[in-house]
Design a protein. Structure first.
Length: 399
């Protein structure tokens, strides 16, 4: 049975958590043995805890879960007891609930992979298959550590892409705010003075004043457009057809597209390598890998490759070569690996190489974007300032 308790420890601090015991008296005695004195205890309704966990878990928390579980298993602690220990010392209520669900399923005779399979929003099919292979092959600790490394690597790649986009996004937003402020507030005040003086205004000044009048007249619509555009894009990408077209186009965008393409290649090769190490057949490995790839276009290309292997009896290297979407180096390494029986090693080596390239691309992009965005922002502000001061200079010269 599982009991939820509220207690006081030896330091006088209040604490609460869950404990597994046959009766409430046994639970109180167990806690007292650890220096925790129960104030309130009640049995938890297991039926309320067995539903599928509906909230997503951050990848860094998931990798920590795999690593800690592997550590406890290596220390000789069983899966059920390890989950209970992790649950009792977990502060996050959602994670604690997830650990409780897993522990209850294990207690009822389920395997870890089967218990994870009830929480598809948390654990991917790839992770579940790898844990299953670890259970069957007696290498669960190794698989869990590999999953932790894999999730950390994937999270690191995503962070690199985001870091390359944060600065230009910040500067772009700043530029928009500055331009709207200057054209909506400063320019109209100066323009009224210039117009009252009479005379022919320079073309650049007239253009800036016209733009200023437009912003002042339609500023509400402009602000709404700025706010609603990203929301509309996000909602549109939930449509599979639009997402497919977007993903097909985005990898063709100079610099950024190549980085996204490389990040998806790393994810593809590492996931496929991990599944092949577990002994999963190539066709099933490709099918599971498809579920991990978020890029719809690459996902469809992998589906074509899988069908050629499954239906036409072709090898992986032949199928990749015919598709033309995948780089030649990857095809060659897959061919060598298939022949020598070291396919997953070749896939890992390729992923390492592409990740290094991705690292260099991110550093180069950031070093180029910073001065470029500053120049753009300075140029826009400079044009507005020059447009406002040119008439003044002309007036002074006339005097």
């Amino acid at each position: 049975m599982q009991y939820k308790y509220k207690a006081i420890d030896t330091s006088g601090n209040r604490t609460e958590g869950f404990v597994e015991a046959v009766t409430d008296r046994e639970a109180i005695a167990m806690l007292a043995g650890t220096g925790i004195y129960v104030v309130e205890i009640k049995k938890v309704n297991n039926l309320a805890l067995t539903g599928g966990f509906r909230k997503r878990v951050k990848k860094n928390r998931l990798s920590a879960f795999y690593r800690l579980l592997a550590f406890l298993l290596k220390a000789g602690i069983g899966v059920y007891r390890a989950l209970c220990i992790m649950r009792d010392y977990e502060d996050d209520k959602n994670i604690k609930k997830l650990l409780s669900d897993l522990a209850i399923d294990i207690e009822n005779g389920s395997s870890l992979s089967a218990a994870m399979g009830k929480h598809k929003k948390v654990f991917s099919e790839s992770e579940i298959y790898q844990v299953l292979a670890g259970e069957e092959g007696g290498s669960l600790e190794e698989i869990l550590l590999r999953l932790a490394d894999q999730l950390e690597t994937n999270d690191r790649i995503i962070s690199k892409i985001r870091s390359a986009m944060i600065y230009p996004s910040f500067v772009a937003v700043t530029a928009i705010v500055v331009v709207l402020f200057m054209t909506g507030y400063i320019v109209p005040n100066i323009a009224s003075v210039l117009i009252s003086l009479g005379g022919q205004l320079p073309l650049i000044t007239e253009l800036v004043i016209s733009f200023s009048n437009f912003v002042k007249s339609y500023y509400i619509f402009i602000i709404m457009l700025i706010i609603l555009t990203p929301i509309a894009v996000k909602l549109s990408l939930k449509n599979d057809k639009i997402k497919y077209l977007f993903d097909e186009y985005v990898v063709k965008v100079p610099v950024i597209g190549k980085m996204i393409y490389n990040s998806e290649l790393v994810l593809f090769t590492r996931t496929l390598s991990s599944l092949l190490k577990c002994g999963l057949p190539i066709v099933r490995s490709l099918s599971v890998t498809q579920d991990v790839i978020s890029n719809k276009y690459m996902n469809s290309r992998l589906g074509i490759v899988r069908n050629k292997i499954e239906l036409d009896g072709k090898s992986l290297s032949e199928s990749l070569m015919e598709d033309k979407y995948f780089p030649g180096l990857l095809v060659q390494l897959v061919e060598v690996g298939s022949t020598s029986g070291s396919l997953y090693e070749m896939l890992d080596n390729y992923a390492d190489r592409v990740e290094e390239v991705l690292d260099n691309n991110v550093r180069t992009l950031i070093s180029l974007i910073e001065p470029a965005m500053i120049l753009i922002l300075g140029g826009v502000v400079g044009v507005i300032v020059i447009a406002m001061y040119l008439p003044m200079v002309s007036l002074i010269n006339q005097i």
